[in-house]
Design a protein around this ligand. Structure first.
Ligand code: AMP
Ligand code: MG
Length: 332
């Protein structure tokens, strides 16, 4: 395992996610204030683009031939009306890369706006944008995909401590998982700190399962989650949490099941690859299981979406079959 933690690829991915996470946290500290008007998305926009620019830049420096499939492209920043936003993004990027200009920042962002070939990196620069604005959970998520399978994933979670529980204003955590290499956590504040291995819970009785779900009602089906919980005799209420921080918490044994049921308002929604890639390997390498609602493995070989998968079921492993059966019974 020491070889994996010391490998060029793991070190690169962790360093890039750490740098982006700290940058995003700085944007939040400077731009998300009490005075912010509801519906003002500009801090998210600035954080998203700045984080994608720096990760894409670091990837190009380290692995010039690598392809990045990120959520953003610079198209939205072109034109006079976006100039002030682009200047803000550039100012934040300059805090870690002094040579950055508005032009190079756009170039770097677009280095990460590709279609997906067989082998690629995928990035969600700020997953859980609503959580970021509320100063709740959010994550920077980077993963390496080969032939439809995730082989490495890193989650930067500024509002988690040791990957375990929501610790507001704490040091933050970075999680790293490699196929066959386990899932590991390190403090976001200590680049040379100790790596600790994470394992999911072993709970096998659905009655005692701790469920996690999206905060945003439109991202899931809260009523069907209630029906499923009743059917399986689950006693505790589901815990709402934004972003792939849920996957980090489950990998650390702080939760047992994540339900991403299809929202009744968007029954044909298909998951974006960057919303699931890093989180899924973090859970699997901690001993958990990830599938779609029909029990099929997630297939990352269909471009930017999980086109052949419906919703997502994430569990500690022992609970997976019971929840799949329950989903079938309620017709979800
Ligand atoms: P969460 O914080 O778990 O709600 O997940 C946030 C992610 O949900 C965002 O990055 C969006 O890409 C994604 N999302 C947006 N709309 C939907 C939808 N209708 N169903 C499921 N996920 C969605
Ligand atoms: Mg996302």
């Amino acid at each position: 395992m020491a070889d994996f933690l010391d490998s060029d690829i793991a070190k690169f991915a962790v360093a890039a996610v750490r740098e982006a996470s700290i940058l995003v946290r700085r944007v939040q500290a400077e731009m998300v204030g009490e005075a912010i008007t509801k519906g003002d998305k500009s801090p998210v926009t600035v954080a998203d683009f700045a984080a994608q620019a720096i990760v894409a830049r670091r990837l190009a420096e380290r692995f010039p031939d690598a392809v990045l499939v990120g959520e953003e492209s610079s198209g939205a920043l072109q034109g006079e009306e976006s100039r002030a936003t682009l200047d803000q993004i550039t100012r934040f990027v300059q805090s870690v890369e002094p040579a950055a200009t508005a032009e190079s920042v756009c170039e770097w962002i677009d280095h990460g706006s590709n279609d997906a070939p067989a082998t690629f990196w995928t990035l969600d620069p700020v997953d859980g944008t609503k959580g970021f604005l509320r100063k709740d959970q959010y994550a920077v998520a980077l993963a390496l995909v080969e032939n439809g399978k995730v082989v490495l994933g890193v989650l930067g979670c500024p509002e988690l401590e040791d990957g375990v529980r929501a610790a507001k204003g704490g040091a933050g955590a970075v999680l790293l998982a490699g196929r066959g290499q386990g899932t590991w956590v390190q403090s976001l504040a200590e680049p040379n700190g100790k790596w600790t291995r994470l394992t999911a819970s072993k709970i096998a009785d659905p009655a005692g399962a701790r469920l996690l779900r999206s905060v945003e009602k439109s991202h899931t089906d809260a009523d069907s989650i209630g029906d499923l919980a009743t059917k399986l005799g689950v006693t505790a209420d589901p815990v709402p949490m934004d972003s792939q921080a849920k996957y980090a918490v489950l990998a650390a044994g702080g939760g047992d099941v994540i339900l991403r049921l299809l929202s009744p308002s968007r029954p044909d929604y298909r998951e974006m690859i960057w919303d699931q890639a890093a989180g899924s390997i973090v859970v699997e390498e901690a001993g958990g299981r990830v599938s779609d609602l029909d029990g099929k493995p997630l297939d990352f070989s269909h471009g930017r979406t999980l086109a052949t998968n419906r919703g997502v079921l994430v569990t500690n492993g022992p609970l997976h079959e019971a929840f799949l059966a329950g989903l079938k019974e309620i017709g979800a």
